[in-house]
Design a protein around this ligand. Structure first.
Ligand code: SAM
Length: 243
């Protein structure tokens, strides 16, 4: 999986790139992340990447030419026959969810364009990008944190990045439910005990308890997820116990 990131501030990515699972996945060659400083693609000698908006108004807008040039350079790095997705991070885009992450994980090459200031020249959106993504209904300073959010969620789905692939299977949203609660040692902390069932060593009962907890949590916190889901027979039986 290759990620190219076009950004005005590549230094934003420093700590994230070099820590924990992302760093290990890069070192193992499971994912490749290349940062492209927008300034390096500015054609003029002052390396201008932004300018005033036509029509007046406050703020600056990222110019189209450096972005087109940077993305066109990234496309030269694509494997023959492979069409990368070109993703613009914008609060006006489709809201990013786990199912979008799953869909993106099937494309081995993603190119991200991080906006700044008032955003990017509209012609980038109209003629270059294939996907517009928002990480939620709020406005951040730049697209760098959203790009990290999307890359991290997608990278975790690449086989071999997070321990065994199985460890992402029961996670929240992975099949339309929230995850069950976790406990670790000690078995009793300040008088609060771990549920007996988890200490029983009875795998089938633990599995059923966890399934019940997933349903219960989803019903309490995100009931709309349950209505969007086709329930299995076991889930219908378990739900009767909760309702
Ligand atoms: N003027 C823009 C608007 O009102 O839609 C907001 C621009 S914002 C200050 C600057 C950049 O941050 C955006 O171009 C985008 O790349 C990024 N950004 C901010 N919030 C975002 C969000 N919720 N999701 C994705 N990207 C976001």
């Amino acid at each position: 999986m290759r990620f190219d990131v076009v950004t005005a501030v590549p230094e934003c990515f420093a700590g994230w790139l070099d820590s924990s699972i992302i760093q290990r996945a890069r070192a193992a060659g499971k994912i490749e992340i290349a940062l492209h400083a927008l300034r390096n693609f500015a054609p003029d000698k002052h390396r201008m990447i932004d300018d005033y908006p036509y029509g007046g108004g406050r703020g600056m807008v990222l110019k189209p030419e450096p972005i087109f040039r940077a993305v066109e350079y990234c496309l030269t790095q694509a494997r023959p026959g492979l069409k990368p997705e070109i993703i613009l991070l914008t609060p006006q885009g489709q809201v990013f969810t786990q199912s979008v992450a799953q869909e993106l994980a099937t494309c081995p090459h993603l190119i991200f364009i991080c906006g700044r200031y008032e955003g990017v020249d509209e012609r980038v959106r109209e003629h270059l990008v294939t996907w517009e993504l928002s990480i939620g209904d709020y406005v951040l300073i730049g697209g760098e944190i959203p790009a990290m959010v999307v890359m991290e969620a997608v990278a975790r789905l690449v086989p071999g990045v997070v321990g065994t692939y199985a460890s992402t299977e029961d996670e929240s949203f992975s099949n339309g439910l929230l995850e069950y609660p976790h406990y670790t040692r000690p078995a009793e902390f300040r008088g609060w005990k771990v549920p007996d069932i988890l200490l029983s060593g009875h795998h089938e009962r633990v599995r059923l308890w966890r399934h019940l907890q997933r349903l219960k949590r989803t019903l309490e916190r995100r009931p709309e997820l349950l209505t969007q889901r086709r329930l299995t027979r076991e889930e219908r039986r378990l739900l009767v116990r909760i309702l």
